[in-house]
Ligand binder design. Structure first.
Ligand SMILES: [Zn+2]
Length: 359
């Protein structure tokens, strides 16, 4: 179990310092949550699917970078950071070939219902579309931000423009930079102003989702200048390139996201505010169909397989189990994030954390 010194941290931060980031206690735990929209467990655990690449006529363009007849080597080519660092120092769950199932409990297998499950710790049948409706449920981010030691120290960055509604930014007051939002903070860094310019001048393949490079770079800049105790980064390209039926772009997005995560992890290790006390937790909102169903997800025979997800985690309070033969449910992620900073979200009605992976 992780050390639970919540009450001590609360007392010291209340008495000493109320600055965002809570500088009062230098040992306070932090956590970063990062999601990769709709990246299948199949690619994560077995790399490039050659049959799919042949069927989509992308094998020739992808083989040089990603093909290997041995799935263990193919996955290293696709996600080198995941398989060289997380698999050694952290944990990966959801390899169905090993008998590890990542189960989604919301019965819908698309983004808003699944992010709701992942972030609030329970499924909700009322959420049955991706419409921009403020979430009636409280996410672990909103709940944490209501605890004095975390007040003003929780932030979210996402590529999809529905995140302000999933996180109910209006009610929660969380800073949520998502979709094509710019940084409007008065204390923004010069490079955030440059990102604002660049984002406005870069054509996006989609109307509701920006390219992940902007989400990633805004998040890194914020990390540097505001040092939030809880940060959420929601990458989105994988899902949208797949919906575009662009298999090569989907595969390359998976690879690029692995690089983003490596970069994010590197920044956490290089920053004394985060190094040694910040686990990185990486779940995915939903799976996708298999065979020609890879382009989509949801209920129905065509999308069978969408109900399986995967997750990875690394850092303090995470047991280095490697590729573990454990089942988990998507709704357990919320309380796992809270447990990483010593808080009990299950007491609020969320599903229990994945205790097996926690120290
Ligand atoms: Zn989707």
């Amino acid at each position: 179990m992780i050390i639970r010194f919540v009450s001590i941290a609360l007392l010291t931060s209340l008495g000493a310092c109320s600055s965002p980031g809570g500088a009062a206690d230098p040992k306070q735990p932090r956590v970063v949550l990062a999601t990769i929209d709709g990246l299948r467990w199949e690619e994560v655990f077995a790399g490039l699917d050659s049959t799919l690449a042949e069927a989509t006529r992308t094998f020739e363009s992808l083989a040089g970078d990603f093909h290997d007849p041995d799935p263990a080597r193919a996955r290293e080519k696709l996600m080198p950071w995941m398989w060289s660092v997380v698999a050694q120092e952290g944990v990966l769950l959801g390899n169905r070939h090993l008998g590890s199932d990542g189960i989604i409990t919301n019965g819908q297998y698309f983004s808003y219902p699944s992010y709701n499950e992942l972030l609030t710790g329970q499924p909700d049948d009322r959420i049955d579309s991706n419409d921009k409706i403020p979430n009636p449920n409280v996410t672990v981010l909103e709940w944490l931000s209501g605890i004095p030691a975390f007040e003003g120290s929780v932030a979210a960055f996402g590529s999809w423009d529905v995140f302000p509604f999933i996180l109910n930014a209006e009610r929660s007051g969380l800073p949520v930079n998502a979709g094509f939002a710019e940084s409007a903070d008065a204390d923004r860094l010069p490079r955030e102003s440059f990102l604002n310019t660049l984002q406005a001048q870069t054509p996006s393949p989609w109307g509701a989702v920006r390219l992940d490079v902007f989400t990633h770079q805004y998040a890194l800049a914020y990390l540097e200048r505001a040092a939030p105790r809880v940060l959420y980064v929601a990458y989105g390209e994988t899902d949208d390139f797949a919906h575009n039926t662009d298999h090569a772009a989907y595969v390359r997005a998976a690879h690029r996201t692995d690089r983003f995560l490596q970069d994010l992890w590197g920044h956490l290790q290089a920053d004394p505010a985060y190094a040694g006390r910040t686990p990185l937790i990486i779940p995915t909102d939903h799976g996708r169909g298999s065979g020609e169903g890879w382009i989509g997800h949801g209920t129905g025979l065509r999308w069978a397989g969408s109900e399986y997800t995967w997750m990875a985690a690394i850092g303090p309070s995470i047991r280095p189990l490697g590729e573990a033969e454990l089942d988990f449910e998507l709704r357990q992620i919320a309380a796992t994030v809270a447990a990483a900073v010593g808080e009990d979200f299950a007491a609020e009605g969320a599903a229990p954390p994945i205790e097996e992976i926690l120290d």
